[in-house]
Design a binder for this molecule. Structure first.
Ligand code: ZN
Length: 301
C-alpha cells in the first residue's frame, strides 16, 4: 500500500514537472535536479529557489531585490499553473525576505522562532518609498509592498510533507541572523545552507554570532552528505563550500588566538592581522567584523 502511494506520488510529480529547461526561465536560473530551479542574478546575490511539488511550488528565499522576486514569480507561472504553496525563509534579512509579499498570499511563510520579531524590529516604514526611488523598474516591482513575517515559526526542527516532497527544516543558532534555517531535501539530497558559509566571500558577522557555532553548523550540514549545496548567496556547489569556510575560520581563529595570547589589543590585531590566502574573496571590508568575532571566541566570550 505504502509503496503504491509512493509510486503514485512519484508519477504525479513527473506529470507536473514541466518540460521547460532553466534557460527558458531566464539567464539567472539554473536547474539543480528535476523540478528544482535556483535563481541568483549576480555572483554574490542571494539565491531564490523554486521547488515544484504536486501540490504547488515551494519557494526558498524570495530574491536579492524585488526585481528578482518578480522574476521568480514569472518563472513559477511558466513552470506550473498551481499557486505557490509555501515560502521558506532561511534567514531574516531583507535580501532573503523582502519579496515574501510577492508570493504571500497565497503562500504561507515559515522560519524559526524569533524571525518575525527580528523582522518587525528591523522594518523601515519608508522601505516602499526608498525602493521605489531606486529606479523605474524597482518602482513597479515594489508596488503593493508590505512586510510579511512568517505565519509559522517552528522550534529546533520540523518536517514539511508537501506534494510528494519532504523538507526538513533545521535551526542553526547564532550563525548569521536572528533565525537561520537549513533546508534539507533528503530524497533529492539537496541542501539549502542559509548564509553560514558563502563561496569565495567574507561574511558579515554580527555581534551575537559565534564562529564556534558557525563551525558546528557546517559540520552538522556536511554530515547530511548532500549531493548539492545551495548557499544563501552565490553559486551552488558541493560540501567544498563548507571545507573552504572551515579552513578560513580555523586559520582566522588560530592567528587571532596567537595574537591575543601575545597580549595584543583588538585594535592592534585589526591593524596587524593579514589573511593573504583569502585576498581574492569578495567583501574584504567585512574583515573587521570577522576579527571581532574571532577575538570574542579567543577570549572565551
Ligand atoms: Zn543575511
Amino acid at each position: 500500500m505504502t509503496r503504491s502511494i509512493a509510486a503514485a506520488c512519484a508519477a504525479c510529480l513527473l506529470l507536473l514537472t514541466s518540460p521547460l529547461g532553466a534557460q527558458d526561465l531566464g539567464p539567472a536560473f539554473r536547474k539543480i535536479k528535476e523540478g528544482i530551479y535556483v535563481q541568483s542574478s549576480r555572483e554574490v546575490s542571494s539565491t531564490s529557489t523554486i521547488v515544484l511539488t504536486s501540490e504547488g511550488p515551494v519557494i526558498i528565499d524570495t530574491g536579492q531585490t524585488l526585481i528578482d522576486s518578480r522574476e521568480v514569480l514569472a518563472a513559477v507561472k511558466k513552470l506550473t499553473p498551481l499557486p505557490v504553496r509555501m515560502v521558506i525563509n532561511t534567514e531574516v534579512h531583507p535580501d532573503h525576505t523582502t519579496g515574501n509579499f510577492v508570493f504571500s498570499p497565497p503562500a504561507l511563510v515559515i522560519n524559526h522562532a524569533g524571525a518575525g520579531e527580528a523582522m518587525q524590529k528591523a522594518s523601515d516604514p519608508n522601505r516602499a518609498a526608498t525602493l521605489a526611488a531606486q529606479s523605474p523598474e524597482m518602482r513597479i516591482a515594489a508596488e503593493g509592498y508590505r512586510l510579511v513575517t512568517p505565519h509559522i515559526e517552528y522550534r529546533d526542527k520540523t518536517t514539511l510533507h508537501i506534494g510528494g516532497r519532504t523538507f526538513e527544516l533545521l535551526h542553526m543558532k547564532n550563525v548569521h541572523s536572528e533565525a537561520d534555517t537549513a533546508v534539507w531535501l533528503p530524497n533529492e539530497r539537496v541542501l539549502f545552507a542559509a548564509s553560514v558559509a558563502l563561496p569565495g566571500s567574507i561574511n558579515n558577522i554580527r555581534p551575537f554570532v559565534d564562529i564556534r557555532d558557525m563551525l558546528a553548523a557546517m559540520k552538522m550540514m556536511k554530515a547530511l552528505n548532500p549531493d548539492v549545496v545551495v548557499p544563501g548567496h552565490g553559486s551552488f556547489g558541493t560540501t567544498k563550500i563548507f571545507d573552504d569556510n572551515e579552513r578560513y575560520y580555523t586559520l582566522l581563529l588560530e592567528r587571532v588566538g596567537a595574537m591575543v595570547r601575545a597580549g595584543k589589543t583588538l585594535d592592534q590585531i585589526k591593524q596587524e592581522l593579514r589573511m593573504p590566502e583569502y585576498a581574492d574573496w569578495s567583501y574584504q571590508e567585512r574583515m573587521p567584523s570577522n576579527i571581532e568575532a574571532a577575538y570574542r571566541a579567543a577570549r572565551g566570550n
